[in-house]
Write a protein that binds this ligand. Sequence first.
Ligand code: F6P
Length: 408
Amino acid sequence: MQKLYVAMVGLPARGKSTLAKRIRDGLTAEGIRARLFNNGDLRRALMGPESTEADFYNHDNSFGRQAREMICRRNMDLARAWLAEDGEVAILDATNASRARRALLERTLADHPLLFVECVNEDPLLLKACIQRKADLPEYADHSREEALDSFMKRIGYYEAIYEPLQDEKFRICVDATANRILDEKPCEGSPYYPAIREILVTPWVHCLYLARHGQTEFNVQGRIGGDPPLTARGRAQAQALAEHLRGHPVDWVFTSTRMRSHETAAPLLGERPKTHVMALTEFDEIRAGDCEGMLYSDIRQNMPAVTAGRNADKYRYAYPNGESYAMLSDRVQRGLRRALFLAGDKPMLIVGHQAVNRVLLSLFLRQRTEDVPYVHVPQDQYYRISLTPRTKLFERIPYVSRRTASD
Ligand code: F6P
């Protein structure tokens, strides 16, 4: 029976471990026995606090180099032994940054095919967020935040000095971890696990996404577009109801736009959850109406009939004068979603968006015809719960405001 080794490759804080866990979970869901062998976990279990210090990763530090090689060999032995029994796919999670290290893996793990999965992440915002998250790890408990960040950045520097991207390895796949995109591939043909692994790598995994629109604003009442208005009393009641409705459901990450109405809608929920991460993304700001910002729909109809006619003819592609179309909005919303999904990883998340933004977000999951996207109903008293993995496609619209409150 042919089995498989998967070895992760990539600089620290690029999302390797998230991807490695996804491969394990995705294969396990298919009934395949997959297990992780993580060098970092083994290092933390075997080594003292000196293995947290940046100098441990300096290539010129022979003690650190030998210790890391010993850990790598130990994990290879464990992986081999496990495949020799009833394991099917052993996933070695480590940086495996140099060609020499990967050659060692190829020599030692010659009893089954070895697939290298390289994880690339060039998004500066995500890199910064990942690095900051590392500084919160228990292994930096004795460090101040600044010391931890400084030390981790130095560690990355030592890895950068020896890093060589995949090139000649026999079986390899290079993925942009922020976009679920394969950048380069030398397939492991014939392996029964390869198609499933490839699908796992390209699927945008959404474990649990709550998607809500901001509560009512005065502009909504008047039929005025854009701007940065605050919530009305009813909008604040909707925000409170959202917090109460989600009480008891974990939400680890909240993403808002940079607009006041989005912040105010998230505020009651965040007030109850001091540990929840929150990030405002400009990508989730409402469609830019350009010269029509702040205008009433009725004024646009009367004074700028070409705008109304243009939107009626092709609402998806029509761009407001000096503003955006849905097509343009879609590009940046996709970038925001990629960022949000990468940061939240496997944790439940909430996006508090806007009417047009949420239409675009929904269309990304529903694979709708583009011409229908600008007409999707996005109520302010209901949210969507979305879960998407290679095996799950879950999509629900859930009211969170009781009938009485809604009609107050
Ligand atoms: O009316 C609220 C709003 O969010 C506006 O700010 C935005 O221009 C509009 O919805 C988008 O919806 P539509 O494309 O249907 O005008």
